[in-house]
Design a protein around this ligand. Sequence first.
Ligand code: C5P
Length: 219
Amino acid sequence: APRMIIAVDGPSGSGKSSVCRAAATHLGAGYLDTGAMYRAATWYCLDQQIDLDDEEAVAVAVEELPMNISTDPDHQVICVGSQDVTDAIREPRISEKVSEVATNRRARSLLVAAQRRIIDEAGFIVAEGRDITTVVAPDAQVRVLLTASAEARLRRRGAQLGGTQDAEALKKQVLERDKKDSAASNFTEAADGVAVLDSSDLTFQETVDSLIGRVQIAQ
Ligand code: C5P
């Protein structure tokens, strides 16, 4: 396999995770969901009953966090110690608190270091998050900011949740997390050398194909 890093950033609901996973499978590359790492760190802090306002305590918890994440795009598993937290990290109680851990400077730098190790070990990998193109892997051969209009993102998030959620509540949730996240990193504008892929009017497959096309050009 080639040594190549494909870095993808974008807001929640941009379809990032499914697009990146499908592209990785097609390319035979690994896949890293860095958001899952922030979520697992949050799960651990809550499990340890750590006060998320206590910056020092959160940093210490993340330092000792026994996390293991799979880079197989077809078999996503994330464990904390011997506990499989793959499903638990998607619960609303985690989504509501994750920005608090993500804005902790020391926790961030520990997780960024862990992400760099995983990417380096994999060699050929699609890594996605909020700061992959800018901080984690600015030297990546392919750097993409995957965006979508607020309407498209809300539509997708709603469908993801089974369409059972109240539209106004959903909108508030998505926009609020955007706002909180923007304190940790700027993922709404493409940095120098980062290509924008706007998926608002593309189907899922068109978006995947566009990402794969960029990788093939870089290869
Ligand atoms: O991508 P996902 O929505 O699962 O990410 C969960 C949270 O993790 C984000 O809301 C953000 O607070 C944080 N995050 C981050 N930097 C990344 C990836 C995720 O701050 N590279």
